[in-house]
Design a protein around this ligand. Structure first.
Ligand code: ADP
Ligand code: ADP
Length: 230
């Protein structure tokens, strides 16, 4: 199980003027075990910064991040039980699909047999068994994003983070990949936090939706409750 709690989470980026840019303004958010939480809002509202702080890719200016009640502020990114999928896939171009998916496990000293099992299981779940020997350059955008998701799955993390994973895909591929991520959520029963600026994605995917604006949380509700508001 995994709950994620943000308590007075604050991010101020330094700037030349000295007072800094407040990107995330002491937000409080509790994400339930196995919940699919969508962070939605206009460009620049602090969604990505929030996600990157949870992943440990961005220093925290203030506040706390807790997973299952434990503060993880000082835990190294690679030691967090969290995997993240990026908008631009972030695959290693010189590695095969297999090596891309295996890399994080190798880094964490898993045995070859265990790595092989996990990579093949993930490839089967995502329907990319036939692509394992290819390089990223030989894949379509949709296939690359499946590999990026596969690289997250093999870690079997408690928490998945998605940062606008569909925004580089064409409309048709967006719809099918969106459905696949939803299916994956049901199958893996893990906690997922998903960032998008797309209302339709938010409404169709979220168990709950957290609406951000200007570094603040405006509202947290289920899709139907949000949708039926005047
Ligand atoms: P979103 O993901 O909602 O588009 P971001 O979290 O990327 O928003 O950005 C929030 C605010 O922080 C914006 O004002 C943005 O310009 C600023 N920002 C983001 N990253 C940096 C950075 N590395 N340095 C300085 N300011 C940044
Ligand atoms: P490295 O040279 O970095 O160790 P390899 O390309 O040798 O990486 O791959 C690591 C291991 O995974 C090797 O034992 C290799 O045989 C195995 N491997 C690579 N691709 C596949 C695949 N598609 N199916 C099964 N095993 C694979």
């Amino acid at each position: 199980m995994a709950t994620v709690e943000l308590k007075k989470l604050l991010k101020i980026y330094p700037n030349r003027k000295g007072e800094g840019v407040k990107a995330v303004n002491e937000i409080d958010l509790s994400i339930r075990d196995r919940e699919f939480m969508v962070l939605v809002g206009p460009s620049g509202c602090g969604k990505s910064t929030s996600l990157r702080m949870i992943a440990g890719l961005e220093d925290i200016t203030g506040g706390e991040i807790r997973i299952d009640g434990k503060v993880i502020n000082d835990v190294q990114p690679k030691d967090r039980d969290i995997a993240m999928v990026f908008q631009n896939y972030a695959l290693y171009p010189h590695m095969s699909v297999y090596q891309n998916m295996a890399f994080g496990l190798k880094l964490r000293k898993y045995s070859k047999a265990e790595i092989d099992r996990r990579v093949k299981d993930a490839a089967e779940i995502l329907g990319i068994e036939d692509l394992l020997q290819r390089k990223p350059a030989a894949l379509s955008g949709g296939q690359r994003q499946r590999v990026a998701v596969g690289r997250a799955i093999v870690r079997k993390p408690k928490v998945f983070l998605f940062d606008e994973p569909l925004s580089n895909l064409d409309a048709k591929m967006r719809v099918s990949t969106r459905a696949e991520i939803s299916k994956l959520h049901a199958r893996l029963a893990s906690t997922m936090i998903y960032v998008t600026h797309d209302q339709v994605e938010a409404m169709t995917m979220g168990d709950r939706i957290c609406v951000m604006n200007g570094g603040d949380i405006m509202q947290v509700d289920e899709p139907l409750t949000l949708y039926n508001q005047p």
